[in-house]
Design a protein around this ligand. Structure first.
Ligand SMILES: Nc1ncnc2c1ncn2[C@@H]1O[C@H](COP(=O)(O)OP(=O)(O)OP(=O)(O)O)[C@@H](O)[C@H]1O
Ligand SMILES: [Mg+2]
Length: 132
């Protein structure tokens, strides 16, 4: 597998740049326009969570393959407080703050694979993939 491209998530401007990077890689992979928009929308939510709750983090971008199929895989990681109750956090409408509580659940619906690694005190890593 190729080395991933990395983008910092430390400010609102970084989120804009992360979205642009995800969009251009999604085009390069050959995702349809609608699938590009789906993964970019999910990326936006996860990047904002890393910034807001994780105190900033990093997005890694990688092109993956499965036989003839190509996909775009994005990983968002931070070293914040982690998510103590993932079942609750994944529920539509549940927020610990002033959000809509739709970021994680919405992002999951927009991609083909969605995986979270998190625990109280050990940061959060979310990996998403959208296949061609
Ligand atoms: N990276 C993270 N680190 C710690 N907690 C997180 C992280 N991402 C999400 N959470 C927790 O999970 C909850 C649900 O996240 P989700 O993105 O679904 O909703 P939200 O951010 O509250 O609202 P919005 O709809 O605006 O995204 C958050 O309120 C927060 O408590
Ligand atoms: Mg959110």
């Amino acid at each position: 597998m190729d080395e991933p491209l990395e983008a910092p998530l430390r400010s609102e401007q970084d989120i804009v740049l992360a979205r642009q990077l995800a969009r251009s890689k999604a085009q390069e992979v050959g995702l349809s326009l609608i699938d590009q928009t789906k993964i970019v929308t999910a990326a936006s939510e996860l990047a904002r969570n890393a910034l807001l709750y994780g105190g900033g983090g990093t997005m890694s971008v990688r092109v993956v393959t499965n036989g003839m199929r190509r996909g775009l895989q994005l990983e968002f990681r931070d070293e914040g407080p982690g998510i103590p109750d993932l079942g609750l956090a994944m529920k539509d409408g549940w927020t610990s703050g002033n959000g809509l509580g739709m970021g994680l659940s919405g992002a999951k619906r927009l991609v083909n694979d969605f995986h979270i690694d998190t625990a109280a005190g050990s940061g959060t890593r979310v990996t998403i993939t959208r296949w061609q």
